[in-house]
Design a protein around this ligand. Structure first.
Ligand SMILES: N[C@@H](CCC(=O)N[C@@H](CS)C(=O)NCC(=O)O)C(=O)O
Length: 213
């Protein structure tokens, strides 16, 4: 049985979505960032940085969302990735990893808007800069699925675009791409399983106004 350690709204949503797309059996273990359980020895044995996702699969633990998506495709869903050497493989790999180019900005914005609770801890310059860099990076997205047909790259990227709309208006093309992702039954099933909001309680976290603007 596959077991997924999951925190609602986090990158483990990617794996949840992939499992739902695949229709495989799995056990969902809901975790929280607030009870320190991800820093305990049991979880650190699964995920040395104390993060999610973590998954138990085929007698091993894996803890990097992109690697997990690729492994799931190779072992359980070859229709969700172009084979090595096949047309679309390079663009597929690029999409899978580009999701974490967006992810770096999203993580910085999440730290600043949500994790750093006191105003004095935050840098308004970084908040504005990261929002702008995210907006710029989103220009590489869509409107079609990464390889022309839905794949694990769209799960990686779709999740990043889903979050990006909390930090700025999506470019029109990225918004159309997200709609395609959200129209999938697997996405809807994953959303039902995701659980109550753990990280984002507001639909939108606007960048701070420039002084004198
Ligand atoms: N590159 C990793 C990043 C994993 C990651 O940073 N997960 C976040 C949630 S989105 C986490 O668990 N953060 C908890 C922490 O930093 O303590 C992946 O894609 O799986």
């Amino acid at each position: 049985m596959i077991r997924l350690w999951h925190v609602s709204q986090s990158r483990s949503f990617r794996v949840l979505w992939a499992l739902e797309e695949l229709g495989v059996e799995y056990e969902l273990i809901r975790c929280s960032f607030f009870d320190k359980s991800l820093r305990g020895p049991d979880h650190l044995a699964r995920a040395p940085a104390g993060r999610v996702p973590a998954i138990e699969i085929d007698g091993q633990y894996l803890c990097e969302s992109g690697a997990i998506l690729l492994y799931l495709a190779e072992t359980r869903g070859v229709h969700l990735r172009p084979a090595e050497g096949a047309a679309g493989r390079a663009v597929f790999l690029q999409g899978l990893h580009y999701a974490e180019t967006l992810g770096a900005h999203l993580a910085n914005l999440t730290q600043h808007h949500i994790v750093l609770r006191e105003a004095w801890m935050r840098s308004e310059t970084v908040m504005r800069l990261e929002a702008k860099r995210l907006e710029f990076a989103l220009r590489a997205v869509g409107p079609d699925f990464v390889t022309g047909q839905f794949s694990m790259a769209d799960i990686a990227l779709g999740y990043a675009v889903l979050l990006a709309q909390r930090f700025g208006a999506l470019p029109r093309v990225a918004a159309a791409y997200l709609e395609r992702c959200q129209a999938r039954a697997g996405f809807a099933r994953a959303l039902e399983q995701d659980g109550p909001a753990e990280i984002y309680t507001q639909p939108f976290y606007p960048p701070p106004q420039e002084e004198g603007a």
